[in-house]
Design a protein around this ligand. Structure first.
Ligand SMILES: *Cc1c(COP(=O)(O)O)cnc(C)c1O
Length: 226
């Protein structure tokens, strides 16, 4: 499938979800997750009109970062080891996986300008998932106050791989609730406007529940080898 065709379908799904929930599709940024595909397919996504790209490993990011001349907005969405911070930090616009104090400290030291970060929250409580426990998010964000190069632009979560729509919805609602608690803190460094939630199989529900960034791989660019 051509990326442009997939993109049309995804946009129509976003529009329906927005109609159901009284939202404006312009509030939602589509991030094309290109971790499964090569640079050519990534270029195809850019030609189709995608301006935001996401990678979850430093190798993948660096390989494509070199090649793409019309610089997209880069999102790093994977777990980031502290020792790899220096490889990626000055090439990305957003980090979706801020999940520990030591990582914030390393970023604060290495970045050349304040970095927009999303705090990853493990809403579902699955052990396999990274992220901060919901009950610890506020204290974590408060603890970042001294880091002048960290901006908490929002929150990110990965929903469990389940079919149960109500359970998914609950997960996204919980993240939205934590967002309003963070916003009530009125911290200058933590406007927390973004909610990065929703992937190929659940972005419709995520949009209904307030997502401002959706991270789409499979449904948009495929799994590679096409
Ligand atoms: C791979 C990945 C995605 C995209 O997953 P799809 O199901 O292929 O859309 C989104 N977010 C994160 C953090 C990922 O690692």
């Amino acid at each position: 499938m051509e990326v442009s065709e997939n993109l049309r379908y995804i946009k129509s799904q976003i529009e329906s979800a927005c109609e159901r929930s009284g939202r404006n599709p312009e509030e939602i940024t589509i991030i094309a997750v290109t971790k499964y595909v090569d640079a050519d397919r990534t270029q195809e996504a850019v030609k189709a009109g995608i301006t935001h790209l996401g990678e979850n490993r430093d190798e993948g990011l660096l390989a494509k970062w070199e090649i793409l001349k019309d610089k997209p907005v880069w999102h790093f969405i994977g777990t980031l080891q502290s020792r790899k911070v220096k490889n990626v930090i000055n090439k990305i616009d957003y980090l979706h996986s801020l999940d520990r104090f030591s990582l914030a400290k390393e970023i604060n030291k290495r970045t050349e300008k304040p970095l927009k970060c999303l705090v990853q929250v493990n809403v579902s409580g699955e052990e396999s998932k990274h992220g901060i426990e919901p009950s610890k998010v506020l204290d974590f964000i408060k603890s970042l106050e001294g880091f002048k190069n960290i901006r908490v632009s929002g929150l990110m979560t990965m929903a469990p791989h389940i079919e149960d729509e109500e359970a998914l919805r609950e997960c996204f609602r919980s993240l939205k609730k934590i967002q309003s608690e963070v916003q009530e803190l009125n911290l200058v460094y933590a406007p927390c406007k973004e909610l990065s939630m929703g992937m190929s199989n659940d972005f419709g529900v995520a949009v209904e529940e307030g997502a401002t960034m959706i991270r789409i791989g499979t449904a948009l660019v495929g799994m590679g080898g096409q």
